[in-house]
Design a binder for this molecule. Structure first.
Ligand code: PEP
Ligand code: MG
Length: 573
């Protein structure tokens, strides 16, 4: 039966596909028993699910290539070992046969038993394997609920419905041509959403009812712009889908014409348009869309989804690839910004933080782990021999942090030269403005840095005390809050007075409807994910700077988001 579920659009695009539901790894099931005569069928169901999970793992292993085979392959091998463990199998069968539990509940009981054993081990290694145990149990549980004809589908063309998803997982899903992702948790500002946009993978987050209302194999229509999910769509939905698809395609073709067009306002002012990237694969699109350079390269993605830490050579090779590919355009490499929602699985043994967004993240973590920082700065400096490189320091709260990183950078450059490495003539040094303390004191950094980058995702989160990943705060977390606008205007003005180049690389810069607002506030350089470059260029070309400047005082007088929205709706008038 048709049902429509509401979520929040996190990555635009439409998709139609069958659901592949991934239940939360930690199963919360109530006790479920079966009658004696059901035992043989239940055992058969269990065996089939175990076999399906086994086949999935082997299939996945075979499809992996290159570095991914090394990184992900180890996990998969371990998962096969856990799945093949005779104790796990015997325990499960016994729970069904003797205990008369359903296969699902047996799975939960056996998981809890093994988890208790893992947790009681002294050895850290076993304790961290709990996560892998949960992955395996989750996979078998999903297989228990899959229709027989779905088992062979893999992920291609399917819509993954999950509790939540880690940024690194999305890359693998896109590679496996998953059609869309829907999660119960999450927000459009989470890093997973940012990665999904980079991958052009439609995504709906904060869909509270997704897990309880969608079954494996249901037909799903996903609208990643409006945050809609239609389960078992009817004929009307499908024709609406066709119309929307045609519209999106028409727009895409229109935007293609802007690939070589200047990023210039109607009254002839050139605006800088840079790209954000997380992976070297994104560079091609950035170049094809005429990006002026890379305004933010999130290096932490090289550290995610793996158990080891990339060494200097690996980091150097990656940064060099990006710098070379950009062919002389500046590349802004941000030092590691792990922590908060980005540290799902990195080989850095980060401890669980009670308050991750306010904890040891960004430059705080780098200064806490000097070897990590040195290795990264060395790799960045070496990459500077291949083109203009700018180092960007994230999550800065105090001048001392910037001084400390700058001192290391100078020292390491000297050392590298002493070791005979070629380095670029001048490596620009910049600061991320994303903590209100730094935003309120920007001129104090002018003698230390060459540029500043405003991370509105975090700046808004800290200014409004609203978790950027919290699905229930979508209404409150808003870049259109008057406090945000006034702070941004002040920042741009102070940067101009200090002759400090400044750009915005938070997601606000990639929001086409907000372009007039940013221009009115004084922004002249944008950095956005490659998929948004053309749309932002189009929006900039539609603006008249003179008019926006005249309208700026009215914008700064707005007291509520609704007034800001009315200001925007009045357009160029
Ligand atoms: C930001 O905070 O706006 C930003 C660009 O950094 P990230 O999204 O990686 O935290
Ligand atoms: Mg940030």
């Amino acid at each position: 039966m048709r049902r429509q579920l509401a979520g929040i659009g996190a990555s635009r695009g439409l998709a139609l596909g069958r659901a592949r539901v991934r239940h939360p790894h930690v199963l919360s099931l109530s006790e479920e028993t079966i009658a004696a005569e059901q035992v043989p069928a239940e055992l058969e169901r269990l065996d089939a699910a175990m076999a399906a999970a086994r086949a999935e793992l082997s299939g996945l292993r075979e499809r992996l290539q290159g570095t991914l085979a090394r990184e992900v392959g180890e996990f998969l091998d371990l998962h096969v070992l856990i799945l093949d463990d005779p104790e796990l199998r015997a325990g499960l069968r016994d729970l069904v046969q003797t205990g008369r539990y359903s296969a699902d509940y047996a799975l939960k009981l056996q998981r809890d038993r093994l988890a208790a054993v893992f947790q009681s081990m002294e050895d850290d290694y076993f304790r961290t394997r709990l996560d892998d145990l949960d992955h395996v149990i989750g996979r078998v549980h999903a297989a228990l609920h899959r229709r027989p004809d779905d088992a062979l589908l893999g992920f291609a063309g399917e819509v993954l419905v999950a509790d939540d998803i880690a940024p690194a997982e999305l890359v693998e899903l896109a590679r496996r041509q998953v059609a869309a992702v829907v999660t119960r948790a999450g927000s459009p500002l989470s890093h997973s959403a940012i990665v999904a946009r980079g991958l052009h993978l439609p995504m709906v987050v904060g869909c509270a009812d997704a897990l309880s209302h969608v079954n494996d194999g249901d037909a799903l229509l996903v609208d990643g712009r409006d945050g809609l999910l239609v389960v078992e769509p009817d004929a009307d939905d499908l024709s609406r889908y066709q119309v929307l698809r045609a519209k999106i395609e028409k727009k895409r073709v229109e935007l293609e014409r802007l690939r070589r067009a200047p990023t210039r306002t109607r009254d002839g002012v050139d605006i800088g348009l840079f790209a954000n990237a997380e992976r070297p694969e994104e560079i091609e699109e950035a170049l094809a869309c005429g990006a002026d350079g890379i305004g933010l390269y999130r290096t932490e993605f090289l550290f995610l989804g793996r158990e080891d830490v990339p060494d200097e050579e690996e980091q150097f090779a990656t940064y060099r690839e990006v710098v070379r590919a950009m062919g002389g355009r500046p590349v802004t490499l941000r030092t590691l910004d792990l922590g908060a929602d980005k540290a799902d699985r990195a080989g850095l043994s980060l401890r669980d933080e009670p308050n991750p967004a306010l904890g040891l993240r960004g430059v705080r973590l780098s200064l806490h782990r000097p070897t990590l920082l040195d290795t990264q700065l060395r790799a960045i400096l070496r990459a500077s021999a291949f083109g203009p490189v700018r180092v960007l320091v994230p999550m800065v709260t105090a001048r001392e942090e910037v001084e400390a990183v700058k001192a290391r950078l100078g020292l390491l450059a000297e050392r590298l030269r002493g070791e005979g490495h070629a380095l670029g003539e001048r490596v620009a040094f910049g600061v991320m403005v994303e903590v209100p303390a730094a935003a309120l004191t920007l001129p104090d950094y002018a003698d230390l840095v060459d540029f500043a980058a405003v991370g509105t995702n975090d700046l808004v989160q800290y200014l409004l005390a609203a978790d950027r990943t919290h699905e229930a705060l979508d209404g409150l977390f808003s870049e259109r809050h008057p406090a945000v606008l006034r702070l941004l205007q002040r920042l741009f003005e102070e940067a101009r007075a200090a002759a400090l180049p400044i750009h915005v690389c938070g997601e606000l810069a990639a929001s086409a409807p907000d372009v007039p607002l940013l221009l009115a506030l004084g922004l002249r350089d944008f950095s956005v994910h490659p998929g948004a470059l053309l749309e932002i260029r189009e929006a900039i070309r539609a603006c008249e700077l003179g008019t926006l400047k005249r309208r700026a005082p009215a914008l700064l007088r707005c007291r509520e988001r609704a007034e800001v929205e009315r200001w925007l709706a009045r357009g160029q008038a």
